[in-house]
Design a protein around this ligand. Structure first.
Ligand SMILES: *[C@@H]1O[C@H](CO)[C@@H](O)[C@H](O)[C@H]1NC(C)=O
Ligand SMILES: *[C@@H]1O[C@H](CO)[C@@H](O)[C@H](O)[C@H]1NC(C)=O
Ligand SMILES: *[C@@H]1O[C@H](CO)[C@@H](O)[C@H](O)[C@H]1NC(C)=O
Ligand SMILES: *[C@@H]1O[C@H](CO)[C@@H](O)[C@H](O)[C@H]1NC(C)=O
Ligand SMILES: *[C@@H]1O[C@H](CO)[C@@H](O)[C@H](O)[C@H]1NC(C)=O
Length: 397
């Protein structure tokens, strides 16, 4: 009994990527205690690798939780890029791995696995070295530019984290790593679409997970300030809505912010080591703040929610829970609906539903179809009952 509970609490780790696959380590997240509902927890920071005193303060605030104070038990750290200022690392032997990472997050934070993406500053250096470092370090995980992580969060619930390289999709600018980006195909006509197709493929694979969390360096939807390629960003947002992800987490803007748009939580935590002055912070959303800090992601009975904390570990904001994904339209039906809309749009040469083809529309569509068909279904029902009753009476007589 206990054994089977333990097994179900075992968080199985699955890393997949376009180019490479990491070996599985199923012992990583083994729980040692079983309570009636195990709260799942992770920590998230962005734009951290400055080596500043403030980075160290944020680190020690985070450490409060990895030290398991206040019943805390984070399972991993999500790193949102700009891992090493000003220009990434030169190779796997770069001393910044020690001075800016292992020395700063020493102690219990270093005992957690870290899952990372590259930021634009990392592209000024050798991003390939940050990938290679995955096989050298015990807990540095950046196995590829795109990869995903499948997690059993306990209590019979599942989550998928999909890590995406936004520099390569829509954030790349000329002086930041252009030659190495071009080697990967960046700048070619169908490159962004190929990556979006990969993301869609993962979203379909994880469609039945209770939570889907996308992780990237650059913002989409909030605090954009005209950043990035709008066409591609809109395509990514379309995918987020079509597959009804739970949250998108990013850094890049050196602030803390939270907003829920069409039932998707947009989480910005981009001030783990660099912060913009308060006056530069973006003013959109349910919460936004300048200054240093980090985020705690928690999945409890109420759903997925986010705690925002500053470098002194003062609680700044707690988001309302995002409920687990439910009432999903089966994928084949979802495809049909989108096919019909796209057909309609291309015939009329309009973009009628645009990026609003979200679940409310899908519900209306399904409800409408059912309502239209219901008189027909009713008569079919009545006639078949009559038919059966008649047959029975004939036999009895
Ligand atoms: C799996 O993770 C555990 C805990 O971090 C570690 O002790 C162990 O060496 C890892 N195993 C492999 C094969 O990497
Ligand atoms: C830890 O819990 C105590 C008691 O509830 C509370 O006063 C304190 O603020 C908590 N610490 C943090 C960093 O949230
Ligand atoms: C971590 O580093 C700080 C200073 O950077 C030091 O005070 C502390 O003792 C170190 N902790 C561990 C567990 O090594
Ligand atoms: C934005 O990306 C699309 C492909 O997704 C491309 O066709 C377009 O040229 C790009 N726009 C700019 C300004 O780079
Ligand atoms: C954090 O604490 C330090 C030292 O007490 C203080 O100087 C700083 O203003 C505090 N930061 C915030 C955001 O309150």
């Amino acid at each position: 009994m206990i054994a089977s509970k333990l097994t179900s609490l075992l968080i199985i780790l699955q890393l997949l990527s376009i180019f490479k696959t990491l070996p599985l380590n199923t012992t990583l997240f083994q729980e040692t205690t079983i309570s009636s509902f195990q709260t799942f927890e992770f920590l998230a920071i962005g734009d951290w690798g400055s080596g500043s005193a403030d980075q160290k303060m944020v680190a020690s605030a985070m450490k409060f939780f990895s030290d398991r104070n206040n019943n805390s038990n984070p399972q991993f750290v999500v790193g949102l890029g700009d891992n090493f200022y000003e220009s990434g690392v030169t190779d796997v032997d770069d001393s910044k791995f020690k001075t800016v990472w292992t020395d700063v997050y020493n102690g219990s934070l270093m005992q957690l696995p870290w899952y990372l993406v590259n930021g634009n500053h990392d592209w000024r250096g050798n991003t390939d070295a940050q990938i290679k470092y995955t096989s050298i370090s015990n807990n540095w995980n950046l196995p590829d530019y795109f990869y995903d992580l499948e997690v059993y969060v306990g209590n019979g619930l599942t989550a998928a984290f999909i890590f995406i390289e936004t520099n390569l999709i829509f954030g790349g600018i000329k002086y930041e790593g252009e030659p190495s980006m071009r080697k990967l195909g960046w700048g070619e006509a169908d490159y962004a679409q190929t990556q979006l197709n990969w993301i869609e493929d993962r979203l379909r694979k994880h469609y039945t997970k209770d939570y889907i969390i996308l992780v990237g360096h650059h913002p989409v939807n909030i605090c954009l300030n005209g950043m990035g390629n709008a066409t591609t960003i809109n395509k990514l947002v379309d995918l987020q809505r079509k597959y009804r992800i739970s949250a998108y987490i990013n850094g890049h803007t050196h602030n803390l912010a939270y907003s829920v748009i069409q039932n998707i939580a947009y989480v910005i935590t981009g001030s783990g080591g660099k912060a913009d002055p308060e006056k530069l912070r973006c003013m959109e959303g349910d919460f936004s703040k300048g200054g240093f800090g980090f985020v705690r992601g928690l999945i409890d009975q109420t759903g997925l929610h986010f705690e925002y904390r500053n470098e002194n570990n003062t609680l700044l904001y707690t988001s309302a829970p995002v409920k687990k994904r439910a009432h999903l339209v089966p994928l084949h039906l979802l495809d049909k609906i989108y096919h019909i809309i796209d057909d309609f749009n291309s015939k009329k040469n309009i973009n009628f539903f645009g990026s609003n083809r979200h679940r409310e529309f899908i519900y209306l569509f399904v409800l409408g179809t059912t309502l239209i068909l219901s008189p027909f279904l009713f008569f079919v029902g009545v006639f078949s009952i009559r038919f059966v009753v008649k047959k029975c009476f004939k036999k009895m007589l």
